[in-house]
Design a binder for this molecule. Structure first.
Ligand code: ARG
Length: 471
């Protein structure tokens, strides 16, 4: 089969070279975006008088026919046609004849492929913002149901201070909010049109780049034609944002795996989100959480893969850049899988409130509070810390917790202790005493939930405002 670029060649391409250089096996995922870009380009060629209107209509009809073939799975992609751009162009020419060859006027695959990637990622960014927002919704529902659930809070994975379970969940809502905002910020840089840069220097045809941008819903056009075809920052930014999201999910996964162990027994993941063991009949494994945690590795790998491809690469298009696609597509699939599963896994998670309470009752996570109690009675904090350290040591030796101590025992450590100490040490009191903005007191957490719900509405309307532009 003759190549679209075959004129200058006297020999057939080596079969292995053809296979090695082709990208059609993976860039076929950009088929819809490629046609979308071509439709806008050819419309502009007509409007600028570069092609007669009659040819423009024939090409548009042809492109829509090819789109139909793609959607019905009828288009047979061929490695000989190398990539999605040439597969579509070749099919177009087969369908409508030589006039199809006019589509590529004033365009190069270099600005074409960049345009496809911008269109593709623009849609994915909206999709991921929406998926993150659904996850936040699931977290907020669980948080509201757990405003009275007290759980040990940990530092160094050692019991530290009791907190509301809702407060812990709301930490993730904040983390995912930053992820949403990072994606939204990246949208500005994704939503810029490279087309019109030609191979690298622009084109001799009197094209109208702003008209193409407007048709495709892009906010603007690349300033510099060289930059337009060289730039893959927007993909790196996406991969970095995806890495953040996966890192956040992996921390959550780690906690879910711990919490659902017999040792913690704080939560139970729904049967639908767990799997069994082929040998141990008693097992119920948190596989989804483990796999999301594990898949974080490949997403980081994709980021570093492309960072390395682009390192030291001279400007304008180099074939190395074809390596931008597989990692990006893999990241999109990985993130879709993780986020689609996460929200329902959280909504269906059973929270073992009694077990959490039992854990809180059997620890020293109220120790800071009696130190603060002594401080309020006038003792310098450093001395109070020492006194309580000794009190805790005594409790450990006696097999008691702070609330088990008699007034007499308390007074052995400090005369400043009075009857009110028993009230101060109650977990509810300990939690509600942290009544600062961002703290775990229930009124503060209620405020945080209300604010997060407002932010959620803002996200929903952002998604709605962008949806018409992406598919
Ligand atoms: N398949 C190529 C890629 O994905 C398209 C651009 C090809 N441009 C070129 N000058 N060979 O990067």
């Amino acid at each position: 089969m003759s190549k679209l670029w075959g004129g200058r060649f006297t020999k057939q391409t080596d079969q292995l070279v053809e296979e090695y250089t082709a990208s059609i096996t993976f860039d076929k995922e950009l088929a819809e975006e490629d046609i979308q870009g071509s439709l806008a380009h050819v419309t502009m060629l007509g409007k600028c008088g570069i092609l007669p209107q009659e040819d423009v209509e024939t090409i548009k009809d042809g492109l829509n026919r090819v789109l139909g073939m793609i959607r019905r799975g009828e288009l047979e992609y061929s490695i000989a046609n190398e990539d999605i751009h040439m597969n579509i162009e070749k099919t177009l020419i087969d369908e409508i004849g030589p006039v199809g060859g006019k589509l590529h006027t004033g365009r190069s695959r270099n600005d074409q492929v960049a345009t496809d990637m911008h269109l593709y990622l623009r849609g994915r960014v909206v999709e991921f913002v929406s998926l993150l927002q659904k996850l936040q919704e699931a977290l907020l529902t669980q948080a509201k149901a757990n405003l009275d659930t007290i759980v040990p809070g940990y530092t160094h994975l050692q019991r530290a201070q009791p907190i509301l379970f809702a407060h812990h969940l709301m930490a993730y809502v904040s983390m995912f909010q930053r992820d949403i905002e990072r994606l939204q910020d990246s949208y500005k840089r994704i939503n810029v049109l490279p087309l019109g840069a030609g191979a690298l220097a622009g084109t001799t045809f009197p094209i109208d780049r702003h008209f193409v941008a407007e048709q495709l819903g892009f906010e603007g056009v690349y300033e510099n034609s060289l930059d337009a075809v060289s730039d893959r920052d927007f993909i790196l930014e996406f991969l970095a944002n995806a890495s953040f999201i996966m890192m956040h999910l992996s921390r959550f996964c780690e906690e879910l795996v711990m919490w659902s162990s017999t040792e913690f027994n704080f939560v139970e993941l729904d049967d639908a989100f767990c799997t069994g063991s082929s040998i141990m009949p008693q097992k119920k494994n948190p596989d989804v959480a483990e796999l999301v945690r594990g898949k974080t590795g490949r997403v980081y790998g994709n980021l570093f893969g492309l960072m390395t491809v682009l390192k030291s690469l001279p400007l304008a298009y180099n074939k190395d850049m074809q390596e931008d696609k597989e990692g990006m597509l893999d990241t999109v699939r990985t993130l879709q899988g993780a986020l689609q599963l996460f929200a329902p896994m959280i909504s269906t998670m059973k929270v073992n409130k009694d077990r959490m309470r039992q854990a809180v009752n059997q620890d020293f996570s109220n120790a800071t509070d009696i130190a603060d109690y002594l401080v309020n009675k006038g003792l310098p904090f450093r001395q109070a810390h020492e006194v309580i350290g000794k009190t805790v040591l005594y409790c450990i030796q006696e097999g008691k917790f702070l609330l088990d101590l008699s007034m007499e025992e308390f007074n052995k450590f400090s005369e400043l202790f009075g009857d009110d100490i028993y009230e101060v040490l109650q977990p509810e009191q300990v939690v509600n005493a942290r009544n600062v903005y961002g703290g775990t007191a229930s009124s503060q957490v209620e405020g945080a939930i209300a604010r997060a719900e407002k932010a959620l509405e803002v996200t929903v309307s952002w998604v709605d405002s962008k949806l018409d532009k992406s598919k």
